[in-house]
Design a protein around this ligand. Structure first.
Ligand code: SF4
Length: 206
């Protein structure tokens, strides 16, 4: 069933699917609009923000490919374009010189400061909802992302759900911290499980 199938409007799930599709369109529009103004493609904008916030060990072409959901060759092309624009440079990781990482240049850092608010319009629309609706929306979107991750449709990267220290629902009676991080040996609130973490270690094969 496509999102344009009118039958979808007759179910709540179908109407929400169309709503999410519209939000996706708005995000693409914001990225394209900002990119046109700054001569950057949407992938280049996402790559710059990835380089700003990811920890050094994952700022590789492979890490970038995982973040963008593209092939290694496509991510390498994005890195080439950023190097050509003098926004990023390839350099060996100091702790393992066989690993080539991507680092923002000073110009790249400046560019990031101009890009960080690119989704503010979406955030402002969400901030207008009541706190109760925001909580419900957060829980719902997290559950949807988790299902899409399990289906291999989105790559949730550097977050608790793929980390070997993560113990989901270890504290089922504690709504403020239902999960547990074995690395810091502390309860984890649901919202924090979707943030990038410098201590993330990927889970091995089940
Ligand atoms: S180490 Fe970080 S990513 Fe892993 S479970 Fe703990 S908080 Fe989550």
């Amino acid at each position: 069933m496509t999102v344009f199938d009118p039958r979808q409007r007759h179910t709540l799930a179908g109407r929400i699917t169309i709503g999410l599709y519209r939000i996706g369109q708005a995000i693409n529009h914001l990225l394209r609009q900002r990119g046109e103004a700054r001569r950057l493609s949407p992938a280049q904008i996402q790559a710059l923000l990835f380089l700003k916030y990811a920890r050094p060990g994952v700022r590789t072409i492979g890490g970038l490919a995982a973040r963008l959901g593209t092939t290694y060759a496509t991510a390498s092309g994005v890195a080439d374009a950023l190097e050509h624009k003098q926004l990023a440079r390839r350099q060996p990781l100091p702790t393992d010189r066989r690993t080539v990482t991507l680092t923002l240049t000073e110009m790249g850092e400046t560019e990031c400061r101009e890009l960080e608010d690119v989704l503010d319009t979406i955030e402002a629309a969400i901030a207008d909802l009541t706190p109760t609706d925001q909580e419900a929306l957060l829980r719902a979107t997290q559950a949807i992302v988790r299902r899409l991750q399990e289906a291999g449709l989105v790559q949730v990267y550097e977050m608790c759900w793929g980390c070997q220290f993560f113990r989901p629902y270890a504290h089922p009676d504690d709504p403020a911290g239902p999960h547990h991080c074995a690395f810091v040996d502390a309860p984890l609130p649901e919202a924090q499980t979707y943030l990038e973490c410098p201590d993330f270690l990927p889970r091995g094969p089940e």
